[in-house]
Design a binder for this molecule. Structure first.
Ligand SMILES: Cc1ncc(COP(=O)(O)O)c(C=O)c1O
Length: 429
């Protein structure tokens, strides 16, 4: 999201009158939404939209998923605890048991679970704070193109200079390393980091942690190669630096397996999850911690909304739903469909158009083919035709395809055909 690109399409809403200028997505999708089911949003005017935005990754199981909804409704019906700070509750007990059984144990992992404040950025803050506490080092290495959230610590490790501009003078102790993207793909970025760490004259101190995304989502759908992820893991071992994987957007099955780093067979020291972990769009975030690193004092990273009870109920149901419906396999089928569509029907329009992605997160990069103006024309036309799809990457030049994992194949195909129509119309103008 590029702040400079946001402008109202003005539909005279109370939000336009009263809501702060900071509002964002609504400017690009100007309609008033009434209800939503599965992969479709219904507006007040009666128009239907296919949702390829999926709450920016918070709706992997679709809107108002019946299986999850029914569990939430019955919990509310029995007056289950709706807010419980971090008290032991039946909802939390069940979530922890299910998460441990279906995710941690089944993958032979070993993590303690820290429930953080409700949004992803709070779990990122916790990870940074804990890494610094464990290692007693102030520095963090992050990657160019990264996005980790909007609070000061998370912003300090994010690449987008536009969104960082307002935080004048507060974003310290971070060094950005090159991610394997664009020109850097021809450059051994891991060797570079290794060189920097070994060079006693580099001017850069050994950091507490390196934080990374296996797929930079907001950064423009840049997929890190498996070998790069494995070498990053080894590098962190060699230099005794903690490795934090931010799986907020591409975890929870977005790339197929539950964790996005599984494709590289690595185990990070800490993992940050949020967005679809609650399964229903409820706010929830958590930090997975290698038990040896769990040196928090009681209450050291606490908060009033740490542990959203409805999110526990929905999150438990989501994990069961994922298992019952073999969502991992389903993602493979839809990945095949998306890959073919993008390569055969979109990339073939011009060699200047690049497509990237895996699982059910894909990007159409038009930076060399009309850039941000062209990208904006495409997504606006898609919206007119009944498809919600956003732009990410440098100057918002990448069209991001992020449907719910549960989208029905005919709806997925219809969304794709809208993208194709928009490309054909605008490309031939
Ligand atoms: C990879 C990544 N990390 C962190 C965040 C921040 O999460 P939140 O917006 O819930 O604070 C996001 C949000 O888009 C994200 O994509």
């Amino acid at each position: 999201m590029d702040v400079s690109q946001k402008q109202d399409l003005n539909i005279n809403t109370a939000s336009e009158k009263h809501e702060s200028n900071v509002r964002s997505y609504c400017r690009n999708f100007p309609d008033i939404f009434l209800r939503a089911k599965g992969s479709i949003l219904y507006s007040q005017s009666g128009k239907e939209y296919i949702d390829f935005l999926a709450g920016a990754g918070a709706l992997n199981y679709g809107h108002n998923n019946d299986f999850i909804k029914q569990k939430v409704m019955s919990y509310l019906d029995t007056d289950g605890v709706a807010h419980g700070l971090d008290l032991y509750t039946s909802a939390k007990e069940k979530f922890l048991a299910t998460f441990n059984e279906l995710v941690i144990k089944s993958k032979q992992l070993n993590y303690k679970i820290h429930f953080c404040g409700p949004t992803g950025t709070n779990a990122v803050e916790a990870a940074l704070k804990l890494a610094r506490k464990v290692t007693k080092r102030p520095g963090i290495f992050s990657f160019m193109g990264a996005y980790h959230g909007m609070t000061l610590g998370s912003l300090s490790i994010s690449g987008n200079l536009g969104v960082k501009a307002g935080a004048i003078g507060t974003l310290n102790n971070v060094t950005f390393m090159p991610y394997p993207y664009g020109f850097m793909e021809q450059f051994d970025t891991i060797e570079f980091i290794d060189f920097v760490l070994k060079d006693c004259n580099s001017g850069i101190e050994k950091p507490a942690a390196i934080i990374f995304e296996t797929v930079q989502a907001e950064g423009g759908i840049v997929v890190a190669p498996v070998n790069w992820i494995q070498r990053l893991r080894n590098l962190c071992h060699q230099h005794e630096i903690l490795l934090i994987c931010d799986d907020i957007q591409v975890g929870c099955g977005r790339t197929g397996p539950f964790f996005s780093f599984e494709r590289a067979g690595i185990v990070p020291d800490m993992v940050v999850l949020s967005k679809s972990i609650s399964g229903y769009g409820f706010p929830m975030s958590l930090l997975l911690i290698n038990p040896d690193l769990d040196i928090w004092e009681p209450g050291e990273h606490t908060g009033t909304f740490r542990g959203n009870q409805l999110a526990f109920v929905a999150g438990t149901a989501a994990l069961e739903y994922r298992q019952i419906n073999n969502l991992e396999q389903d993602v493979k089928i839809k990945e095949f469909l998306l890959r073919n569509f993008l390569n055969e029907e979109i990339a073939s329009i011009s060699e200047k158009i690049k497509v990237r992605g895996l699982g059910m997160i894909w990007g159409i990069d038009v930076a060399d083919c009309g850039g941000s103006v062209f990208a904006k024309q495409i997504t606006s036309r898609c919206f007119e035709l009944g498809l919600i799809v956003e732009r990410v990457g440098r100057n918002d030049t990448v069209i991001k395809i992020l449907p719910p994992l549960t989208i029905e194949v005919p709806i997925l195909q219809k969304g794709c055909s809208i993208i194709k129509q928009a490309f054909e119309e605008i490309f031939n103008q």
